[in-house]
Design a binder for this molecule. Structure first.
Ligand code: ADP
Length: 486
């Protein structure tokens, strides 16, 4: 089966969140099940710089009003993730200072509808034969950036008089929808009928996420619980009615963790390796970490950590409120994160106020993330909502017990530690209420278990044995592709 993955980022070349991890890990996992997978990406500098064996597939002028071509479609190997990719070389659109979606001041680029409209348009052009040697049978688009791909494929199929490819759209985070003023619709070169309630219009705006949800043959999201939650008003971000009307086409497939990148037995970013049978390496990782970040080595409670974007979604303001309670119980806390300026300053102030007990590193640091997770005892993910969540999965693999809110993928992947689950399936600490009381409920139980070393180690070993690989997810996606082909 020939599958084209369409996305805006890919680990390790370009990453702003979990989407990149999925884009980097899913293609090799699908390939090992026999699928012929290629990826389509915008030609951002980070992607262009990661290409090897580059060939030009086509030079083209997209029929999008206002877009100055010609652009090139390149085909290359991306050795860093061992993926073959089509890359859209459109310097005027993609080669800019700032991030992939916004400028250096975090302002979204004003022509994002064109930049990511083009991504969808090229996906459809590939189904029409832009590369005469390879045409996808399935186009799998990820998040709003690729949301127009199913719409363009639908339009191209209508022109051809038969379906050119099946389409699948995956929601990684429904809160980011790619909304643009309605008058931009005319710049996208799509049939006028597509701009309506039954289409990609949303309260007078063009909505890329809605386009994906409306036009794709099958829909997925990244956990079974989130698949349910987004059909309801509270988490549906205004699209719950559309999602529930398509519930027969919607499935939740949990993300995996790339074992090549995250494995305590092999991780090149940590100094001491360990496994369920030999946990001494974890204790050494912790000793090194405490020394590195200036925390005391003689705390009586666990070392809690968080690795996260600092946004309202992630609930880290609750961790701030819980900090005094954590310290009172003999615990310590270390954060790696960046984002909201007020949260950044509040965490920095907490570190200054509690030397030896609280450490904060602001910024994005892949290497430190590994050392922090390997060296900590508990990883906190108290999210308001969480489509899948990856850091709790890393925590499980590294024996760093997750303390999570019972929501989305967190609810699907972490089993609470209670007396009745201690001997059977406990892997972490789960709480319900999105408030400091909820977090402290988890903290209390983490501290209590930490004092019972044998029980702690038992839960830790069980956590490390949880299946988190990509094989099950890849098999589930193949099944969705087959259903989409109908
Ligand atoms: P989201 O995609 O909503 O940000 P996920 O948990 O799905 O959340 O994925 C976040 C990914 O980004 C994880 O791989 C996590 O380790 C990584 N990450 C988040 N913040 C940082 C940071 N400051 N430094 C390094 N890695 C980070």
């Amino acid at each position: 089966m020939r599958v084209l993955q369409v996305c805006a980022e890919i680990f390790p070349l370009l990453k702003t969140g979990g989407l990149a991890d999925v884009a980097g890990a899913l293609p090799p996992a699908l390939r090992s099940l026999g699928a012929d997978v290629r990826v389509l990406l915008p030609g951002f500098d980070a992607i262009l710089n990661g290409m090897a064996d580059v060939a030009t597939v086509a030079e083209f002028h997209p029929p999008l009003p206002g877009v100055q071509g010609p652009f090139r479609l390149l085909y290359a190997h991306l050795p860093a993730c061992d993926v073959h990719a089509y890359v859209i070389d459109a310097p005027s659109l993609y080669r800019r200072a700032g991030g992939p979606y916004a400028d250096e001041q975090q302002r979204p680029f004003s022509d994002n509808h064109i930049r990511f409209g083009l991504l969808g348009w090229v996906a459809a052009a590939l189904t029409e034969g832009m590369d005469s040697y390879w045409r996808p049978e399935v186009v799998h688009a990820h998040d709003w950036h690729a949301g127009l791909a199913p719409a363009y494929v639908r339009a191209a199929s209508a022109r051809a008089g038969h379906r050119l490819a099946a389409t699948v759209f995956t929601v990684h985070n429904l809160a980011y929808q790619g909304m643009f003023a309605g008058h931009h619709f005319g710049e996208l070169g799509l049939p006028a009928a597509y701009y309506g309630m039954h289409g990609m219009e949303f309260h007078g705006h063009v909505n890329f996420m809605k386009a994906g949800l409306y036009f794709a043959d099958r829909l997925t999201t990244v956990s079974p619980t989130y698949a349910q939650e987004i059909q309801g008003w509270e988490q549906g971000c205004g699209l719950h009615a559309l999602l529930s009307s398509r519930h027969h086409d919607l499935s939740g497939i949990l993300n995996g963790v790339d074992d090549e990148v995250w494995s305590p037995q092999r991780d090149a970013r940590i100094a001491h390796h360990y496994s369920t049978r030999a946990l001494v390496g974890k204790a050494r990782c912790k000793a090194d970490l405490l020394a590195e970040i200036g925390l005391a080595a003689d705390a009586t409670g666990p070392l809690f950590c968080a690795v996260s974007r600092l946004t309202e979604q992630k609930g880290l303001h609750l961790v701030l409120e819980a900090l005094p309670g954590i310290l009172e119980r003999g615990g310590q806390f270390a954060l790696l994160g960046s984002g909201d300026r007020a949260l950044e300053s509040a965490f920095s102030a907490a570190a200054e106020a509690h030397p030896g007990k609280v450490a904060v590193r602001l910024g994005y640091d892949e290497d430190f993330a590994h050392r922090l997770i390997a060296g900590s005892d508990v990883i906190m993910v108290p999210s308001r909502y969480e489509p899948c969540g990856l850091t709790q999965l890393y925590g499980l693999k590294y024996g760093t017990l997750p303390l999570v809110r019972k929501v989305g993928g967190l609810a699907d992947t972490v089993q609470d530690t209670r007396l009745e689950t201690l001997d059977t399936d406990a892997t972490g600490f789960v709480f319900d209420h999105f408030d400091v009381g909820g977090v402290m409920y988890g903290v209390d139980r983490a501290c209590a278990l930490y004092r019972r070393r044998t029980d702690w180690t038992r839960v830790q070993r069980r956590a490390m044995q949880q299946p988190c690989g990509w094989d099950a997810a890849a098999a589930a996606y193949l099944d969705v592709y087959r259903r989409a082909q109908g």
